[in-house]
Design a binder for this molecule. Structure first.
Ligand code: WQD
Length: 340
């Protein structure tokens, strides 16, 4: 089995990618320092797969520790780099930590990959790089905008670093940049899912915690935007679909058929407003949601959703889950947490 290193493999998207990689015939090897993930996620992965996935408990910023993993694991065929801090609001409070962790770990990883001749990387990027788009839906050619947070800036820098590395003489690295839209939901088994630490910043965990009675009421951040119902529009993509996109990207890199650096949007190609999400959740679960309309959230993009033509035509990938299926899986996961 071809070994693929998954940094941040105990995280929300990482753990789902580990499951899909193994089930596609790869041998995932996890690196995680558990700064923003929990070991219980790996118990869930093992419960789904029936095998223990190799784990190295290290920080990607620690070059010596990273070298030791590359040396110990031997023939790594590629890397999927998830490990990063990812909270927009927190990044405004802790810019230095975000740049050090997100950009520093990428630079360290690229250095060690080059030393060991590992030449295939899938990079976790984000639709955040588009800022507030002038035209919708956004394609990969849509100009990226000045990021409105240090978190977004670290994703833009990551993309720039990878393009510059690929353009340098003698480069052998092949990279695929996956620009995620809004990952939601959980594995059908409800053994892995999103584990927000503290009060959820993202919409769906707040919705499921409200439905579960953990939170009193959902506040919808504004309904005076220039959208059909006034609430923000996003492209909500099932995390299992997103995980599968990573398997397809790894397969493309190992086949060596693409350009040295390729960028793909990973979304459904559909935009849904916050109110539409609430209504879809109620339909999917039969649970009435207690919510109110509050003020707009500073920094929010009014509307963004993906044009997925390039992913479909060149990567050969498209999502398969509906919004209601994704929301139903999120609810099933929330209920499983109540039982644990
Ligand atoms: C979605 C919509 C909120 C909570 C962020 C990052 C992005 C990616 C995904 C990492 C917005 C509204 C939310 C609530 C609400 N992260 N909302 N009440 O901001 O689109 O994207 O997370 O890759 O990079 O920017 O996601 O889930 O926070 O918000 O009304 O209690 O839900 O205002 O319109 P966002 P989100």
């Amino acid at each position: 089995m071809q070994k693929i290193l998954v940094t941040g493999g105990a995280g929300y998207i990482g753990s789902h990618a580990v499951v899909e990689l193994y089930q596609a015939g790869f041998q995932p090897v996890i690196i995680d320092n558990f700064a923003n993930s929990q070991e219980s996620a790996l118990h869930g992965v093992e419960s789904i797969l029936g095998v223990k996935v190799p784990l190295h408990r290290i920080d990607c910023n620690d070059a010596e520790a990273l070298r030791a993993v590359f040396a110990e694991e031997g023939s790594l065929r590629g890397v999927i780099h998830f490990a990063a801090y990812k909270a927009v609001g927190e990044s405004l409070q802790k810019p230095l930590e975000y740049y050090q962790n997100n950009v520093g770990s990428l630079l360290t990883l690229l250095t060690v990959m080059r030393e060991f001749g590992v030449a295939a990387l899938v990079f976790s990027s984000s639709c955040t790089v588009y800022g507030t788009p002038d035209v919708l839906p956004v394609t990969e050619q849509t100009p990226t905008k000045q990021a409105n947070s240090p978190y977004g800036a670290t994703k833009q820098m990551g993309e720039d670093i990878l393009r510059d590395v690929a353009a340098a003489p003698g480069n052998t690295l092949r990279t695929i940049l996956l620009r995620y839209f809004n990952p939601i939901g959980a594995h059908a088994s409800a053994k892995i899912g999103e584990l927000p630490l503290g009060v959820p910043q993202n919409l769906i965990p707040y919705v499921t915690q409200t439905a579960a009675g953990i939170r009193e009421q959902l506040t919808i951040n504004g309904d005076t935007y220039d959208t059909p119902d006034g609430t923000n529009i996003r492209d909500y993509v099932h995390v299992v679909d997103l995980a599968k996109a990573h398997v397809v990207a790894v397969q493309r890199l190992l086949a060596g058929t693409g350009e040295l650096v390729e960028t793909f949007n990973v979304g459904t190609g559909r935009g849904n407003s916050v109110l539409e999400v609430v209504q879809a959740f109620e339909r999917a679960t039969g649970v009435k949601l207690n919510y109110k309309i509050g003020p707009p959230r500073p920094g929010d993009v009014p509307a963004i959703y993906a044009d997925v033509t390039k992913s479909v035509q060149q990567l050969g990938f498209q999502t398969s889950s509906s919004l209601e299926e994704a929301l139903g899986s999120a609810w099933k996961w929330q209920l499983s947490l109540a039982d644990s």
